[in-house]
Write a protein that binds this ligand. Structure first.
Ligand SMILES: Nc1ncnc2c1ncn2[C@@H]1O[C@H](COP(=O)(O)OP(=O)(O)O)[C@@H](O)[C@H]1O
Ligand SMILES: [Mg+2]
Length: 226
């Protein structure tokens, strides 16, 4: 069976929620960024605007993103975030969130900021989507909320070794399911389209939005991140 995003339980839950954190995890180039845009394009967040953190506005304008996409900075003081975002009207995307939330620099201003953002999420009608190659890179506090939805893309075996203990099992299960689907639907569904949602326990086919361009995989190309 091929379950499209709009037919998934994940879609139903997001569509009827007013806040939450969606984490898309998997090895580089396995379709995390594409999955984020596919999920948004499915209408799961209704007609919310999309705020891409630390993307450049020039990059967004140079590519065929929908009109409701915009670049937002990461504020120096997270308390200012509500001046940049409109909780009930935005979905915030923190793509490659390692750049602002590395667990190894848990004392950094950005990481404290992300923790504070999690608190803001639970008190406001805000959705945040994070992509990351390995959850060991994220601060544990991200997972303590009940409103976290986890989507697994394929992960290299070596990378699974680095995973948090609690994630090793669900990622191993995810890989098995994903590889099975890739095999069964080879030539029918693009192998990178599949994602396993461990929150709703289902495999979803995330197809590319009609406006997708390959360059959208590299939003930070040439940018110095700090
Ligand atoms: N659902 C999909 N269908 C077809 N191709 C895909 C799909 N998802 C990803 N790809 C291909 O893989 C490339 C890398 O995907 P991307 O989302 O940028 O990976 P990641 O963010 O994990 O590094 C994309 O540019 C695209 O060419
Ligand atoms: Mg990416």
């Amino acid at each position: 069976m091929i379950k499209a995003v709009h037919n998934s339980e994940l879609w139903q839950r997001l569509h009827s929620a007013d806040h939450g954190v969606i984490i898309v995890v998997g090895t580089g180039q396995w379709g995390k960024t594409a999955t984020v845009h596919s999920l948004i394009d499915s209408g799961a967040f209704r007609d919310r605007n999309v705020a891409l953190v630390k993307y450049s506005q020039e990059f967004i304008e140079a590519h065929s993103y929908p009109d409701n996409y915009r670049a937002v900075p990461w504020p120096d003081d997270i308390s200012d975030i509500l001046g940049i975002l409109h909780p009930s009207r935005d979905v915030v995307v923190v793509d490659d969130s390692i750049f602002i939330a590395g667990a190894r620099d848990s004392g950094t201003r950005e990481n404290k900021g992300l923790q504070k953002l999690m608190t803001i999420i639970s008190h406001n009608e805000l959705f945040v989507i994070l992509t990351i190659q390995n959850t060991s890179m994220l601060d544990i506090s991200m997972f303590q909320s009940q409103d976290v939805y986890m989507i697994h893309k394929n992960m290299d075996v070596v990378a699974i070794e680095q995973e948090r203990d609690a994630q090793k099992i669900s990622q191993t299960i995810a890989n098995l399911y994903l590889q099975r689907k890739m095999k069964d639907y080879s030539g029918i569904v693009h192998p990178k389209a599949w994602g396993y949602c461990s929150t709703t326990r289902e495999i979803i086919a995330f197809k590319l939005p009609s406006w997708w361009q390959p360059a959208m995989s590299k939003p930070f190309k040439g940018m110095v991140m700090h």
